[in-house]
Ligand binder design. Structure first.
Ligand code: GTP
Ligand code: MG
Length: 392
């Protein structure tokens, strides 16, 4: 499963985002370091379900009238402060939890109501732009420290006549979440000594930076837009590659309201239908309604979708047993969705379902057209595919 981690300074709203994007209920409070132990839960990317092309909606509980939610893992960790690599705040050891994260959502307090350490200050007293850069430095130092911890074994390994630096680095870097393809690209871009004993801290830091850039892409969540100055949101937007304005608190209120049956709202919607509520609730929902009109949503779902579909460049593919009815062996329509890398083939889909299905791969059918497709055919978003395998 794709894994996305929330990172950022304390008090920026990571746990609020996490609570809004999962069904979990972590502690949220207006002081730094509320979260110490990481939270891991299931969240969802939103897309259109292929059942929209059919005359009835599918049977998946993750499909809400044609809006499909595809599971991913979301991780909420402790707040990070500038200088964490030197042990400031809670340090950065807890970042080890992010080893298997495919991407980072950097939650920034766009309202500027907390200082660099996450202590509350008056709204607008802290410039959120100052919070953008440090996370990269801290993550680079964290990765560099993992490399340092493991360096001794590389130096020892180099005594063997079979030692090859590229192989040793591949083993080391795949252990911290890089794929062999990532490593090959990283090593091509860098120059470094063949002998591990000759590496300097500078070499290791350059490797850590390249590793972070390739394996931990960052999307900035400009959070607390309900309280932020629009000019600040604009400045944040211009200062980073991908910035999604968001109000985690508004999203949380909407999801709780929907759970309680007070409103009709699907995560990522740009409108809410309000049912029977108190006057107070109505006033609160009216404020959130204005925010939805202004921003086209609360931004929480959009941030996750930006990571999955834009940054990680995934496509959603639906494996089925029956290419006509689009059902599994139990007659359930479109029960599963797989997030595959763009360019994935039917063979990749087979392996994503199960390694034995992949090993026994025979052929595949595009269930939208009913035609057989070749094993190197490039799949696309929303494809429905029947895999024929000796294992199924
Ligand atoms: N106005 C506003 N406040 C928010 C929003 N999101 C979170 N907050 C508030 O910000 C404060 C911190 O929220 P948390 O979710 O605990 O922040 P955190 O980043 O997890 O903090 P640590 O665990 O201490 O690192 C709480 O008072 C939240 O209610 C938002 O979208 N708008
Ligand atoms: Mg927290």
């Amino acid at each position: 499963m794709i894994s996305v981690a929330l990172a950022g300074k304390p008090n920026a709203g990571k746990s609020t985002f996490y609570a809004a994007a999962t069904t979990a209920d972590p502690e949220v409070a207006n002081y730094p370091f509320t979260t110490i132990e990481p939270n891991r839960g299931v969240s969802y990317a939103r897309t259109e379900c292929p059942c929209l092309a059919r005359d009835r909606r599918c049977d998946s509980e993750n499909c809400h009238d044609g809006t499909r939610y595809v599971p991913i893992e979301l991780i909420d960790v402790a707040g990070l402060v500038p200088g964490a690599h030197e042990g400031r705040g809670l340090g950065n050891q807890f970042l080890d939890e992010l080893t298997d994260a495919d991407a980072i959502l950097h939650v920034v307090d766009a309202a500027g109501a907390t200082d660099a350490e996450g202590e509350p200050v008056g709204v607008g007293e802290h410039d959120p732009l100052e919070d953008l850069q440090f996370i990269e430095t801290e993550m680079d130092r964290w990765l560099a420290s993992i490399l340092e911890r493991n360096w001794e074994s590389l130096v020892r390994g180099a005594r063997s006549p079979e030692f090859a630096i590229d192989e040793a680095l591949t083993e080391l870097l795949t252990g911290v979440g890089a794929t062999p393809g990532d490593v090959a690209r990283i090593l091509r871009e860098l120059s470094y000594p063949d002998d591990p004993a000759a590496w300097t801290d500078k070499n290791r830091r350059a490797l850590a930076t390249a590793l972070r850039e390739r394996t931990k892409p960052i999307v900035v969540v400009a959070n607390k837009i309900d309280a932020a100055d629009e000019a600040d949101i604009q400045r944040l937007w211009e200062a980073a590659d991908i910035v999604v304005p968001a109000s985690a608190e508004s999203e949380l209120a909407l999801r709780r309201g929907a759970e309680a049956g007070h409103i009709e709202y699907d995560p990522g919607d740009a409108t809410v239908e309000v049912g029977e509520v108190s006057d107070d609730q109505r006033a609160g929902l009216a404020r959130i309604g204005e925010l939805l009109d202004r921003w086209g949503g609360t931004g929480v779902q959009r941030a996750i979708d930006a990571v999955v579909y834009n940054v990680l460049d995934r496509i959603t593919v639906y494996p089925v047993r029956d290419a006509t009815a689009w059902t599994d062996g139990d007659g359930r329509m479109l029960p599963d969705a797989e997030l595959l890398s763009a360019g994935a083939t039917p063979v990749d889909l087979a392996y994503a379902i199960h390694s034995e299905i992949g090993d026994g791969y025979l052929s595949a059918v595009d269930a939208r057209t009913g035609r057989e497709i070749g094993e190197d055919h490039e799949l696309g978003e929303g494809d429905v595919v029947r895999i024929v395998s000796t294992a199924s």
